[in-house]
Design a protein around this ligand. Structure first.
Ligand SMILES: NC(=O)c1ccc[n+]([C@@H]2O[C@H](COP(=O)([O-])OP(=O)(O)OC[C@H]3O[C@@H](n4cnc5c(N)ncnc54)[C@H](O)[C@@H]3O)[C@@H](O)[C@H]2O)c1
Length: 333
């Protein structure tokens, strides 16, 4: 009987792990809520493979601790593999999988909902209501169908975002370094980013962060956007020069900002600061603004997505354990 052991299982993941285990009575499944470290690796003793997900680094020591128990088949429940020491993983003969696509709709829907809320000045209206001010003016909304929505990146998430925006009746224009023929045929692509900035009322980022696009949205680029544009970043924090956005909001250049990913989010997001000193004044300033909607990298966090992350990771791990080709292997090295 094969055995798979899972690390750092959260309460919201548990039902899907149990569902997978019930559907695979021939596989022994065990798990812990603890992170995988050189010390906790021993919890997986006797397992043929492990299922993991953590921000913590997979250090050479951690990988060695697994390998010492004969475990070299590791399946991530998330996308990112940049915290794995790949040289050590290769040396130890690790086979690794990830879950690159778990629910593009989760992220795209969140982006659309938050954009629509900014356009309707929902946060301002909510604050007025909370204080008993039930007057309409001056909190007037903009309709989504009146907006030209500029989508940068037409991959899995960008394309769902486009579809939902079109459902509202918005005009969608796009830019991508690799144009998709089916979208090109329909005339979605503009020729350059500058064209997109010039035309778009909403600019939404759906691309990965790389060295070459660090702070691609800076003061100079914001100046090229339409007055009263809304900027949306549910992709990666480093794409946006956050201080430049704050300045553009002060100047009234931008109408609003949707931010689910922040360049300095590590160590700040997914923590409870209720009774502690808030560590980041710029972030606090953005959270307090009536025309900015900040969420702590939760666009992905839906039941649908979490289920897919768990189930796909276990499916991948079982394939590795049984010597079959997994759906989404990661290149080790
Ligand atoms: N907030 C969240 O919870 C969350 C969750 C998952 C993914 N994401 C982020 O969403 C982003 C998009 O994910 P995806 O699954 O759609 O990716 P994807 O790989 O399917 O699509 C990315 C697209 O961007 C294009 N692209 C890459 N670099 C570009 C550039 N510099 N300019 C223009 N186009 C460029 C690619 O050609 C591709 O079409 C990623 O940054 C990912 O990290 C965020």
């Amino acid at each position: 009987m094969s055995k798979i052991f899972a690390f750092s299982i959260r309460k919201d993941e548990e039902p899907y792990l149990k569902e997978w285990a019930a559907a695979h009575p021939d596989v022994e499944v065990d798990y812990t809520d603890q992170l995988l470290t050189p010390d906790t690796a021993a919890l997986a003793k006797g397992a043929d493979g492990v299922v993991v997900y953590q921000q913590l680094d997979y250090t050479p020591e951690t990988l060695q601790a697994l390998a010492d128990q004969g475990i070299t088949k590791m399946s991530l429940r998330n996308v990112g593999v940049d915290n794995i020491d790949m040289a050590k993983a290769k040396e130890l003969g690790f086979e690794i999988t990830n879950v690159p696509v778990y629910s593009p709709n989760a992220i795209a829907e969140h982006a659309v909902i938050q954009t629509a809320r900014v356009l309707r000045q929902a946060k301002r209206m909510d604050e007025k209501m909370a204080h008993g001010d039930l007057r309409w003016a001056p909190t007037i909304g903009r309709e989504v169908r009146d907006q030209t929505v500029g989508v940068i990146g037409t991959g899995h998430i960008g394309r769902v975002f486009m579809q939902i925006m079109e459902g509202f009746g918005a005009k969608v224009i796009t830019y991508d370094v690799r144009k998709k023929p089916e979208l090109e045929e329909k005339g979605y692509y503009v020729d350059s980013l500058d064209d997109l900035y010039k035309q778009a009322d909403v600019v939404s980022l759906h691309i990965p962060a790389t060295k070459s696009n660090y702070h691609m949205i800076d003061a100079e680029v914001i100046a090229k956007m339409k007055d009263d544009a809304v900027l949306v970043n549910v992709s990666r924090g480093p794409l946006v020069d956050t201080a430049a956005v704050a300045k553009a909001l002060d100047d009234g250049k931008l109408f609003g900002f949707v931010m689910d990913t922040y360049e300095d989010e590590v160590g700040v997001f997914n923590e409870d600061w209720t009774d502690k000193d808030f560590p980041d004044p710029l972030l606090k300033d953005l959270i307090d603004r009536p025309n900015v909607l900040v969420t702590p990298h939760t666009a992905f966090y839906t039941t649908h997505a979490v289920r897919n992350m768990v189930v796909k990771a276990f499916d991948n791990n079982l394939a590795l354990v049984e010597g079959q080709e997994p759906d989404t292997p990661v290149e080790v090295g």
